[in-house]
Write a new protein. Structure first.
Length: 256
């Protein structure tokens, strides 16, 4: 004869079934977790391997971070400095000029407002003799001496050797001679190296200027960048006006 289930007995049976079901689920979960751990190889204890050793470049990063600091390279202000071999010593003077040969022909200067062509000529002469023109005009080098440029600043070459000359124009003609636009070209050596005119601060220079009336004289002092070793072969071309050909002095320069 079947037994009649009361409400309380039904509740008790349901509770037991639920408990048994939960136990089976938990056991199944533990087994699955154990299997997962075995498959993935997750260690139960922490590995002693250094961090980053399995990453490309990690060893370099670690070594760089642990490298010792660079040595102190500060300069002791009291220690003597080592001179740069590429820099000239103060006693060696300025470097030689770059090659700059004079043209084969020194042409006359075209002067503004004067359309005359040169028609009165003088022969080429030495530095010891004057250049004499048929009309009585005479150009002469009265004095020549060697000098050295001194000073500092833009355009100054301290220690540069110079040739200083005193020039004079004597107007023995009957007409005035305008000497306000005198142009002088100087070169030296076999290469005909051009020697620029220099106005050194340690020497007094003055140009020709104004007009030399009939029977009067005009004088000037110029310095040119001619080294002393080149004095045996120098040429100076003095272009002083439009009517006269240039006075040309060439040969050795005897310095006072």
């Amino acid at each position: 004869m079947p037994t009649k289930l009361t409400r309380s007995s039904r509740l008790g049976m349901a509770t037991g079934l639920c408990a048994r079901s939960r136990g089976r689920h938990v056991a199944a979960g533990l087994v699955a977790l154990s299997t997962l751990m075995g498959c993935t190889g997750i260690p139960r204890e922490s590995s002693p391997t250094a961090i980053g050793t399995d990453v490309p470049g990690a060893a370099t990063a670690v070594a760089t971070a642990e490298a010792p600091p660079p040595p102190d390279v500060s300069v002791d202000p009291d220690s003597p400095s080592t001179p740069d071999p590429q820099q000239p010593s103060p006693s060696s003077g300025p470097p030689p000029p770059l090659p700059n040969p004079a043209p084969s022909t020194i042409v006359k200067v075209i002067r503004s407002g004067d359309t005359r062509s040169p028609s009165i000529m003088a022969s080429t002469t030495s530095f010891a003799e004057p250049a004499t023109y048929p009309d009585g005009v005479v150009v002469s080098v009265n004095n020549a001496r060697a000098a050295v440029e001194l000073g500092e600043g833009p355009g100054v070459f301290n220690g540069r050797e110079l040739l200083v000359v005193d020039l004079e124009i004597t107007n023995g003609s009957k007409e005035p001679v305008n000497v306000d636009q005198v142009v002088i070209t100087t070169y030296y050596g076999k290469e005909k190296q051009l020697a620029p005119v220099v106005y050194p601060g340690n020497l007094q220079m003055h140009d020709f200027s104004g007009v030399a009336d009939a029977g009067s004289k005009a004088s000037a002092r110029y310095a040119f960048a001619v080294p002393k070793s080149a004095l045996p072969a120098v040429t100076m071309v003095v272009d002083f006006d439009a009517l006269h050909g240039s006075a040309v002095f060439t040969g050795p320069v005897k310095i006072a």
